[in-house]
Design a protein around this ligand. Structure first.
Ligand SMILES: [Cu+2]
Length: 347
């Protein structure tokens, strides 16, 4: 477990290094689209963000080159020479042409940049969903993500599944909300960050043109475990997405061979915080567990979803994610065995 946490830590760290230095770092898993990479957008909004950022970078580069060249020219041309008479050169004040030029040109540049950025922001956040759009709502919680598909009757957590845009350009529209403090949804290859704000509904959309798993983070400090509020956005082919959705829509598997174990779960406080659809467990405070085992990770992307990690998590979530809003339940070994045996049936 320690080793896996190290790995996650390394991943987060290399993401940061990557974002600042733009040098490629290699990912551990083959289907991972490298590390969160702002230079490889795979959606229309991502590409628009990228293009407008590049435009301002190039404008700034041009300004830098012009200013630096003039500066270097002046330094060399007017440097102190051997035959210097030590007199000050004639001083020039208030040239109207020069003053006008260095006021108007920057104003024009800023104006163009504002217009470009405003257009991009409007096209991402004020767009009207087309009839074929898939709609999902993402609710930020300290420190995990709730994901609802109201039209499909699906509730899941931490891993956002969306279909590839494909020939019909089907986009996914995300409504971003928060149940507590301000969070920010950011999967760099999908586009820019957008905040999840209590009592507000922010809108963004994406039309991924590649399948695979894309990594992201919460991008607005939201408390002690902010850095472990990771996102996995999984783009599936249309057929695979349909299959995934059909599985998620079903109520929880009811496996008679773990009836006793299920009763242990239902007799504990778990049910006040977690829902397992089709059973009396209907808590809404923590992640929905109906199809827990269909997810790759636990605790918002912190650790791989394996039997051992699941047991370690239940034994003491605070050991893995200090400050997490799931308490250490002081469970006995037989209780832990029963809970794990039951939970792993929730495919
Ligand atoms: Cu956060």
């Amino acid at each position: 477990l320690k080793q896996e946490r190290k790995k996650t830590e390394m991943r987060v760290r290399s993401t940061l290094i990557f974002l600042t230095s733009a040098t490629a770092a290699s990912a551990s898993s083959t289907d991972l689209h490298n590390i969160a990479n702002i230079f490889k957008p795979v959606t229309t909004p991502g590409k628009l963000d990228y293009d407008s950022a590049m435009l301002s970078i190039w404008v700034c580069t041009a300004i830098f080159v012009i200013v630096a060249s003039v500066l270097v020219y002046a330094l060399v041309r007017y440097r102190r020479k051997g035959n210097d008479d030590l007199q000050e050169p004639p001083q020039v004040y208030g040239s109207n042409q020069i003053e006008a030029a260095w006021t108007v040109i920057p104003l024009l540049i800023v104006f163009v940049l504002i217009m470009v950025v405003a257009r991009v922001v409007a096209s991402v956040q004020n767009a009207t969903p087309p009839p074929n759009a898939l709609k999902a709502t993402i609710v930020g919680h300290q420190w995990w993500w709730e994901i609802q598909y109201p039209d499909l009757g699906i509730v899941t957590a931490n891993e956002v599944n969306v279909p590839e845009a494909g020939a019909d350009h089907q986009p996914t529209f995300l409504q971003l909300q928060s149940s507590d403090v301000i969070h920010s949804f950011w999967v760099p290859q999908m586009g820019g960050k957008l905040d999840l704000i209590p009592n507000r509904n922010n809108l963004m959309w994406l039309d991924p043109k590649e399948t695979g798993t894309f990594l992201g983070n919460c991008a607005e400090y939201c408390g002690t475990q902010h850095a472990n509020m990771l996102i996995r956005l999984i783009v599936r082919s249309k057929a695979e997405f349909a299959q995934w959705a059909a599985e998620q829509k079903k109520p929880a598997v009811s496996d008679a061979s773990v009836d006793g174990e299920r009763h242990v779960f239902e007799s504990l406080a778990c049910v006040n915080c977690h829902a397992v659809r089709g059973t009396p467990a209907n808590g809404k405070f923590g992640p929905d567990l109906t199809h827990l085992m269909s997810r790759q990770t636990l605790a918002s992307g912190m650790i791989p979803n394996t039997r051992e990690n699941l047991r370690a998590w239940l034994k003491d979530p605070q050991e893995i994610k200090p400050g997490s809003l799931m308490p250490d339940m002081q469970l006995s070994d037989p209780q832990l065995d029963a809970l794990v045996a039951y939970l792993v049936t929730l495919k």
